[in-house]
Design a binder for this molecule. Sequence first.
Ligand SMILES: *Cc1c(COP(=O)(O)O)cnc(C)c1O
Length: 309
Amino acid sequence: MPAPLHIPTPLLASRPLSLATGRTVWLKMEALQPSGSFKLRGIGLACQTYQARGARRFVASSGGNAGLAVACAGRQLGVPVTVVVPQTTTARALDLLRLEGAEVIVHGASWQEAHAHALSLLDPARDAMLHPFDDPLLWQGHASMVDEVAAAGLVPDAVVLAVGGGGLLSGVAEGMRRHGWDGVPILAVETAGAASFHAATLAGRPVPLDRIDSVATSLGARQVCEQAVQWWRERPVRSLRVSDASALRACEQFLADHRVLVEPACGAALAAVYDAEHAEALAGCQRVLVIVCGGATATLAQIRAWAAQ
Ligand SMILES: *Cc1c(COP(=O)(O)O)cnc(C)c1O
């Protein structure tokens, strides 16, 4: 395998969070990946693999961190990238995609329409389509963050992460299996308006939400992947829902404590630790590892405007 496109990230013991919670809170700082989120781990590996199999262009239909990771990977590999995004995509996200050198096509009122257009552009002989969360190569790449934690000598009592479509959850669980951590619970956090994993745990299988209503846009998958539910069947995975307000407060507090701005999607995971109201979910856990998944698409002005609403 060639050198990975992601970087190893710092593992920090958070003094402010540890004092506030009476536990030792460890932070895996995926916000520091070159693309701004953990997604570069899995998407980087998938892009390298598809290039080795002959792909000459990468196509994506995400205006969020998945699209940014594809653009970043394509730039590093010298492979052209086309990202089709809906008209609702923010100017900030369009700027970031163009900064990475991607061709950006704005098409359709919703993600479904943008995605259908992306599929219509696909030439199977030379293009690879990158899915944002449902691809075993993504999970394999995401798992590398657990290898780094294990190499640092930390075995946590619980791992806290955000869940959107379930790619991060599937990758972290895969990494934990490699290191014999199947007994260590995962706390899978999402906002109440984007609770597709919670819905799946109630139904016992992935089910589509009628709609998404949350500022945590990166958690806005209407349905989680089957693999995420499979992990929930096989090992301890607890579902926790937090409010948008709580996720936004956690973004502000994390910025004050650690000088890093993250999206509300990541704020949701941090809220599980910051908010005393959720302490029950981590009862008995002394060493808690939080995956600071990051996210590049929200500005501080946007986070404050949402909080003011
Ligand atoms: C994609 C993303 C998530 C959710 O990951 P899934 O693999 O979809 O569950 C969480 N936070 C950020 C910042 C993301 O970009």
